[in-house]
Design a protein. Structure first.
Length: 78
């Protein structure tokens, strides 16, 4: 995709962020979700914006919010 996603690989391996490849309507993108469940960035080839960056940001942002809600509801203090 000719962008810098490779520089985030170590963060993904350690759980500091999540990296997703998204394809939508013939366009491709990489979306980074941070450990707090926020979409940090979405980039198409050569860092361009395209339909996949917009769609992926929205869908993965919604997924991350739901994941955080589930995580918070499972936190039980003793």
């Amino acid at each position: 995709m000719r962008h810098c996603v490779g520089s985030y690989a170590r963060r993904a391996v350690t759980g500091s962020c999540y990296l997703f490849h998204v394809e939508y309507k013939g366009a491709s993108a990489t979306v980074q979700v941070d450990q707090d469940g926020r979409v940090a960035q979405a980039c198409g080839p050569r860092n361009a914006r395209n339909p996949a960056t917009t769609w992926g940001s929205r869908k993965l942002g919604n997924w991350a919010m739901m994941l955080n809600e589930i995580s918070l509801s499972n936190d039980i203090s003793c």
